[in-house]
Write a protein that binds this ligand. Structure first.
Ligand code: ADQ
Length: 500
């Protein structure tokens, strides 16, 4: 693990994200009394960044979304995070109109589908955009406060598409030493971004150009971003060789930093006695002799290709009867963004699809798909990943996809096959997966068959190769690469100022 203690020694890292790392909720206690429960919301971003903040301290500014969030924070919405006390969380509270317009509206009904190239789900209202602007301004003020309160030199790190405008807004109030932003989802090409109203696409790009450094998972997303800036911001000067943009007298760097996971933590979780027993139970039930257990783990989101996966599975069992009773698929699916109708319809479609497939192919001793329709703990997931013979990731588009990496980390017996959509950032990085195109159903079926039938030798060689790669590219390597680049930018600038 890289030594992170050399970074941020004399600086305060101020993180900004929409999702908070810890949420307090009122629940009914065992005796009927009101109790407070703390939990970590599901999702790639939080699972990636909490270890980061634990290691570097600082302040995390985020939306206080839990019912007991206000009562567990001070008047400014601040608290030390539970369990470790390792950093401060500053919550910003939003009312229903703000949540509707900013979060459900512009972020998740306009930007999310556009960035994933799924224009059929795109919707835009002026109201969405107005709220996105006012909520970005509200968070920018909270970050500016924290910059002013910081006892060491502040560096601001913004996460994701919820805050496309925040960097420029913060800069208008107060300039930290460095502002940078990680964009966790794909960035669309200009022809897609222009589905937004003319002034909106431009404002979004100008907002992002408030950063000193913008990070993407892959070069493809970075090039799309440069292409959009070239098209919509005529006065920006782009250097396509060095991936820098000269804008309003500043240089903005565009970087490629594929995110990862805390590999040791997943490996440890997969190896506990509880999970050894769970893996044995699952395998003796579903993977005895020549039988195989497949697994899929998703937030129920139309980007994850769940209906496409179910169609491929149905066709597999239809065209290849020898796969019946031999291959069982365990689908762990957590409901997500259920306030948006497209997500509710998807939930229904998923449940209906599973019921139909099961009704059609079930035998007296075998059920084709086992659906666990809930959010399960990372500990439990680790045991499931460990037990599986294959993992199906079928995203139609996906910035990176951490499920693929979690599966690799937990495969301590190195027996599993990763069947991976070529439209994930992970597919551009991982060498050894069986790549599929979820839009090509016949190829998808072939990919699953290949994984089910793959011999032990080839499985082990591929899995070993992927796990070795993963171990050299953990979340801490990702973090070290970004932090070291930010330090280098600061050093280069101070030299320039010194030389001037
Ligand atoms: P997500 O779209 O949330 O993240 P992903 O990277 O796959 O997608 O992460 C999902 C996380 O949620 C994983 O840690 C997984 O274990 C967890 N999870 C999923 N289903 C679950 C379930 N049923 N129960 C419990 N946990 C579950 C966004 C981008 C991704 C990018 C990440 C990080 O869309 O492309 O990889 O951010 O940058």
């Amino acid at each position: 693990m890289p030594d992170l203690s050399r970074y941020l020694v004399d600086r305060t890292l101020i993180m900004l994200s929409n999702r908070e790392p810890y949420e307090h909720r009122f629940v009914e206690g065992t005796g009927g009394e009101r109790a407070v429960e703390v939990r970590q919301p599901p999702g790639g971003l939080v699972s990636a960044l909490d270890p980061t903040m634990q290691a570097t301290h600082g302040v995390w500014v985020a939306w206080g979304s839990g019912s007991a969030d206000k009562s567990t924070a001070d008047a400014q919405g601040r608290l030390r995070v539970p369990q470790t006390n390792a950093y401060t969380l500053r919550r910003v509270f939003l009312d229903t109109t703000e949540v509707d317009g900013f979060y459900l509206g512009f972020a998740n009904s306009s930007l999310w589908p556009l960035c994933h190239l799924l224009v059929q789900h795109f919707s835009y209202r002026d109201e969405f955009w107005e709220r996105y602007q006012s909520v970005n301004a509200k968070f920018a003020r909270a970050v500016a406060d924290e910059i002013q309160l910081a006892d060491k030199t502040p560096i601001v790190w913004i996460q994701d598409y919820h805050f496309g405008l925040a960097a420029a807004m913060i800069r208008e109030i107060v300039e930290p030493q460095l502002l940078h932003q990680f964009w966790h989802i794909p960035f669309p090409p200009a022809d897609i971004l222009r589905l937004l109203p003319v002034d909106v696409d431009e404002a979004l790009l100008r907002g992002l150009l408030g950063n000193d450094l913008i990070e993407f998972h892959t070069e493809r997303y970075a090039l799309n971003f440069l292409g959009c800036v070239a098209e919509f911001i005529p006065e920006a000067e782009i250097d396509a060789e060095t991936f820098t943009i000269r804008f309003e007298g500043r240089d903005i760097e565009i970087g490629v930093y594929p995110i990862s996971i805390d590999v040791d933590r997943y490996e440890r979780m997969a190896s506990t006695p509880v999970n050894t027993a769970l893996a044995e139970r699952l395998r003796s039930r579903y993977a005895k002799n020549d039988c195989r257990l497949g697994v899929g783990v998703d937030r129920v989101d139309y980007t994850k290709g769940i209906p496409e996966r179910l169609r491929a599975l149905r066709l597999l069992w239809e065209q290849h009867p020898e796969m019946r009773e031999r291959f069982t698929f365990l689908l762990v699916a957590t409901p997500s963004r259920s306030e948006i109708s497209a997500y509710r319809s998807l939930e229904e479609e998923m449940v209906r699809g599973v019921l139909e497939i099961n009704a059609r192919f079930r035998t007296r001793t075998w059920t084709p798909i086992v659906l666990v329709h809930e959010n399960v703990s990372a500990e439990l997931l680790a045991g499931v990943y460990r037990a599986a013979d294959l993992c199906l990731v079928s995203s139609l588009q996906d910035g990176m996809n951490l499920v693929a990496k979690e599966f690799l980390a937990c495969q301590i017996e190195e027996r599993g096959v990763l069947v991976l959509s070529r439209f994930t950032g992970a597919a551009e990085e991982i060498d050894g997966a069986v790549l599929i195109n979820p839009f090509n159903i016949d190829g998808f079926v072939e990919g699953i068959r290949r994984a089910v039938n793959m011999g032990d030798g080839e499985r082990r060689v591929r899995m070993h190769r992927m796990r070795t790669q993963l171990r050299s590219r953990t979340i801490f390597d990702w973090l070290a690469a970004i932090l070291s680049r930010t330090e280098a930018i600061i050093a280069e600038r101070s030299q320039e100022t010194g030389a001037a």
